[in-house]
Design a protein around this ligand. Structure first.
Ligand code: PLP
Length: 378
C-alpha cells in the first residue's frame, strides 16, 4: 500500500463517497471514531481505562498553531470564541471594528450587538481579494480590533495575517482571527503572525467531531481580562484540586486561558478532537498544505479548461483549500452531484469544492466530469 492508500484506508468515507466538502462538516477517521466509541463503552460501566483525555487536546491544538498550552481555552465552537474575544476587549462605545465583506456571520455578529455600540467597518473585496492597502486605509487610531477569518468561507481567500497584524499593531488594535477554514488545511502560526485571539472548532479541516473548539489568547493578554462567563472551570487549578469546600466568595481566576472556561466540556467531543488533531500533526501540516494546493491547482486547471469562471483568487498565496466556481443553478448542481455520491456545497452563487490531503486527482476528475455533464441544466 502507498502512503496515500493507507491514509484513505483510515477514512472509511472514501469507500462510499467522493467527499470534497471539508469546508462544511467533515467525516471522521477510524481512529477518531474508535476513541469516541471506547469512551461510550467506558461510560456505561463507569470504568475509564485511559486518562489520556484529561488534557482535552489542548497541547495538540497549541502545537498546531504554534502557541503554548496555557494560551488555549476550551470552547464549544468558533462562534463562542469570537463572542468571548468581542466581549473581553471592552472596546469603548463608538470604537471602530474593521472587518471585511467576505466574512461569515460568526465574525461580524459578535461586534454588531447594539449594546456594544461599536462602529463596524467592512472593507470591500476587489475581485474576491481583500487588499492590504484597503485594510491600511480603514484602520485608524480609533480602531479597537480587526476581526477576520484566516481563510474566507465562501471564496476561500487567504489573508496574509502577518501583514494584517502589522497594521493592527501600528494602531494599537487587537487582531481577532476565525481560523476554522484554515486550521488543519494550512499552517497557522500565531507567534509569527502576532495574533491576539484565534478561535476554531474541529469539525471542518481538523476532521474531528462537532462540539469541540479552542480559543487562543495571547499570553500577555490573558490576565488583563475578566472572563465573560465564569464558573468552577475559570479558577486556578490549585483551588479546585485542593479544596473540599469551594471559595464561593472570591473567585481566583486561572492565570492561563482556562479562565475563559466556565464549566464541564463535552469530554467525548474533545477526545475525538484530540485524536483528529494528533493524526494531522503526525501527517504534518506542511505536507497537508502542499497536497491540498496540488489538488486545488489541478482542479482550477481542469475547471478553466472546461470554461468555468472561478470565484476564488487563483494566486496560490491567496488561497487555502477552497475553490469556488460559478454555475447556473448552484443548489441544483449540488443536488445532482450528491446523487452521484460527490459531496460539495453551493455557496455565493457557485459551487464550493474543498478537498483534503487524502483526496485524489481521480476524485477531482469525477467531479469535473459530472459538473460538465450537468452544466446546461444546473
Ligand atoms: C469562517 C467560519 N466561521 C465560523 C463558522 C461556524 O463555526 P462554529 O459552528 O464553530 O461556530 C463557519 C462555518 O461554516 C465558517 O465557515
Amino acid at each position: 500500500m502507498t502512503d496515500l492508500e493507507k491514509m484513505r484506508d483510515i477514512f472509511p468515507v472514501t469507500r462510499t463517497k467522493t467527499f470534497l466538502n471539508h469546508a462544511a462538516t467533515s467525516p471522521v477517521s477510524k481512529p477518531v471514531a474508535d476513541v469516541m466509541k471506547k469512551l461510550i463503552d467506558e461510560a456505561v460501566s463507569f470504568d475509564f481505562g485511559s486518562k489520556e483525555w484529561e488534557d482535552f487536546g489542548k497541547p495538540y491544538f497549541a502545537q498546531l498553531i504554534n502557541a503554548e498550552t496555557e494560551e488555549i481555552a476550551l470552547i464549544e465552537n468558533t462562534s463562542v470564541g469570537m463572542n468571548i474575544a468581542a466581549h473581553v476587549i471592552q472596546a469603548p462605545r463608538g470604537a471602530k471594528i474593521v472587518t471585511t465583506d467576505l466574512e461569515y456571520p460568526s465574525v461580524t455578529y459578535p461586534f454588531l450587538r447594539k449594546s456594544l455600540g461599536l462602529n463596524v467597518h467592512y472593507v470591500r473585496n476587489v475581485n474576491g481579494k481583500i487588499l492590504i492597502k484597503d485594510l491600511e486605509k480603514a484602520v485608524d487610531d480609533r480602531t479597537a480590533a480587526i476581526a477576520i477569518s484566516h481563510v474566507e468561507y465562501a471564496n476561500g481567500f487567504r489573508h496574509d495575517l502577518r501583514a494584517v497584524s502589522e497594521i493592527a499593531r501600528r494602531h494599537g488594535a487587537y487582531l481577532i482571527v476565525d481560523a476554522i477554514q484554515a486550521a488543519g488545511a494550512i499552517p497557522v502560526d500565531v507567534k509569527r503572525d502576532r495574533v491576539d485571539f484565534l478561535a476554531s472548532a474541529c469539525y471542518k479541516w481538523l476532521m474531528g467531531p462537532s462540539g469541540a473548539g479552542y480559543l487562543y489568547v495571547r499570553r500577555e493578554l490573558i490576565e488583563k481580562f475578566e472572563p465573560p462567563f465564569v464558573g468552577w472551570a475559570s479558577v486556578k487549578p490549585e483551588v479546585f484540586e485542593t479544596t473540599d469546600f469551594w471559595d464561593i466568595w472570591k473567585p481566583q481566576y486561572s492565570e492561563t486561558a482556562s479562565r475563559f472556561e466556565a464549566g464541564s466540556p463535552s469530554i467525548i467531543s474533545f477526545l475525538g478532537a484530540r485524536a483528529a488533531i494528533k493524526l494531522l500533526l503526525d501527517v504534518g501540516v506542511d505536507r497537508i498544505e502542499k497536497r491540498i494546493l496540488a489538488l486545488t491547482d489541478y482542479l482550477i486547471d481542469e475547471l478553466k479548461n472546461a470554461g468555468f469562471k472561478l470565484q476564488t483568487p487563483e494566486d496560490r498565496v491567496c488561497r487555502g483549500g477552497i475553490v469556488n466556481f460559478k454555475v447556473k443553478n448552484p443548489q441544483k448542481m449540488q443536488e445532482q452531484l450528491a446523487e452521484k455520491g460527490i459531496i460539495v456545497t453551493a455557496r455565493a452563487n457557485g459551487i464550493r469544492v474543498s478537498p483534503h490531503f487524502y483526496n485524489t486527482e481521480e476524485e477531482i476528475d469525477r467531479l469535473v466530469e459530472e459538473v460538465k455533464k450537468n452544466r446546461e441544466t444546473a
